[in-house]
Design a protein around this ligand. Structure first.
Ligand code: 5AD
Ligand code: SF4
Length: 478
């Protein structure tokens, strides 16, 4: 069950940490994040904006003046979870009517005023491009007005904002490199909630990574809905915008970040099979500190389904990209996203997803049942006609297959020495620490004299489908 939870997705984690930066902070902000890594990263931008305006973050909701919940709309169950949480906050407000409750992110953008006016669940609604306006919106709530800003922008990247890091670890950070998505996959609500694609100034990205390194961070994950279409100073049609400025594509950006320090690991997410170039793969192969790990969502193994999904590639194209990865970067781990029971999916089409999994042997996968989302192309064009029990049955088959591949992938590491970046104490045992390999596998090993942020060698002795187990070897500080 636990594996199923892990494999089924990233949604629902809650992040709330004490941060008392900003000496003038007199009020308290409690912030909770759901959904993708981008939301967690956005919450750090929000914390920074609020910090500048006199709010320190707290992990105790009961002492908060403002409660913000950063939300996800990708599947219906993600929204249900947030609604339950908002109902809990509404009850808290009965004891503390002064407390301001606001909704941020994709659900705010999708539902706009309705959470405020019809359902009366929140005092404030701010979409993903409206976070600079939060201090004003909070003031508006104070004067009894309806505080809503869901304007989407063509150029907001929050490039100049230095995020307040909300994670406890201090080793690994998310760095947003672009916002929005222009792809219009037919099942996906993101283009409607996060707007048009725009890339962030590479100088600000590199500066942020340098600053993180100087503060002791040893890993950055560059984030975008489709990082392969990162382009600075280039229009969508490929023309140069400003002749006086350099152009930068994603492969070039990766190298710029990798050059911050050989001791800084560089990861990125998410790649798109239709846009992932060999240049990116060559950049990975020739820079030791760009991790050998690619998250390349396939969604389905059948070309007709991919067409209905408007993914812009075929089964054969995807398999060719996988071949290119293995050819250019030997020993690269690959993970994916798979949706079961998309509109019109036949048994044959589903079997082709299973057969593609057999060919690729993914090291890890996030697997979901199709959930129809309002306004998307699929909702308008196709019928959500695969019965719930068939969606579930197919998902179980997909998950069962993936578990065998995840276990097999981990077993191939037994006996090998892996370079591990130590992240901290293991969650399950205070006698152990944990960290990750470049291939993004979690490794647990007995505690030595190691510290967070050390790179150590670990000999892998055993594994589960989710974790490698080993002992540290040949390290200076043993
Ligand atoms: N239903 C199910 N899964 C979805 N995803 C996106 N939209 C939907 C949907 N409507 C999945 C895709 C995507 C991942 C982030 O979420 O697999 O890659
Ligand atoms: Fe959604 Fe497709 Fe954009 Fe990913 S690439 S955010 S699945 S529209």
């Amino acid at each position: 069950m636990e594996d199923k939870e892990i494999l089924e997705g990233r949604q629902g984690e809650v992040l709330e940490r004490d941060q008392n930066e900003g000496s003038n902070a007199s009020k308290k902000l409690y912030i909770e994040s759901y959904g993708c890594q981008m939301n967690f990263s956005d919450s750090e931008v929000v914390a920074s904006i609020m910090n500048e305006n006199g709010f320190a973050t707290t992990r105790d909701v009961d002492e908060a003046d403002v409660v913000l919940i950063n939300t996800c709309s990708i599947r219906d169950n993600a929204e249900k979870r947030v609604r339950n949480r908002l109902t809990e906050f509404k009850k808290k407000k009965e004891d503390n009517p002064e407390m301001v409750v606001g909704i941020l992110g994709c659900m705010a953008e999708r539902l706009k005023k309705s959470l405020l006016e019809q359902e009366k669940l929140v005092d404030l609604v701010a979409g993903p491009d409206a976070y600079r306006d939060l201090p004003n919106l909070i003031e508006e709530v104070g004067t009894g007005q309806k505080a809503v800003n869901v304007l989407l922008s063509r150029d907001e990247t929050y490039a100049d904002i230095s995020p307040v890091r909300l994670d406890k670890g201090g080793i690994s950070a998310f760095v947003t490199i672009m916002r929005g998505c222009d792809n219009m996959c037919s099942f996906c609500v993101v283009p409607f909630t996060r707007g048009r694609e725009r890339s962030r100034d590479p100088k600000t990205i590199v500066d942020e990574c340098k600053d993180l390194f100087d503060k002791g961070y040893r890993e950055v994950t560059l984030l975008g809905q489709n990082v392969d279409s990162y382009r600075w100073n280039i229009t969508n049609k490929g023309a140069i915008k400003d002749e006086n400025l350099p152009t930068v594509n994603f492969a070039e950006l990766l190298v710029m970040v990798a050059e911050v320090s050989p001791e800084l690991r560089v990861r990125f997410s998410t790649s798109h099979p239709k846009d992932m170039t060999n240049d990116v793969l060559h950049a990975m192969a020739s820079n030791e500190n760009i991790c050998n790990y690619i998250h390349l969502p396939v969604q389905s193994g059948h070309t007709d389904v991919l067409k209905r999904m408007n993914r812009g590639y075929s089964r054969e194209w995807y398999l060719e990209r996988i071949e290119a990865i293995h050819k250019i970067i030997p020993d690269c781990a690959v993970s994916t996203d798979i949706i079961s029971g998309f509109c019109g999916e036949t048994d044959e089409e589903h079997k082709d997803t299973l057969s593609l999994m057999d060919i690729v042997a993914f090291d890890f996968a996030y697997m979901f049942k199709y959930s129809e989302r309002p306004k998307t192309l699929a909702e308008r064009k196709f019928e959500d006609d695969v019965p719930e029990e068939i969606k579930s049955k197919r998902l179980t088959e997909i998950i069962d297959k993936q578990l065998t591949f995840s276990l097999a992938s981990n077993k191939t590491r037994i006996g090998k020495i892996e370079r591990v970046l130590v992240e901290g104490d293991s969650k399950r045992s205070d006698q152990h620490m944990s960290g990750r390999t470049g291939r993004n596998s979690m490794v647990v090993f007995p505690k030595g004299n190691f510290s967070k942020g050390d790179y150590i060698n670990v000999e892998i002795q055993d594994c589960t489908s989710a974790t490698l187990l080993g002992v540290a070897v040949d390290n200076d500080s043993e």
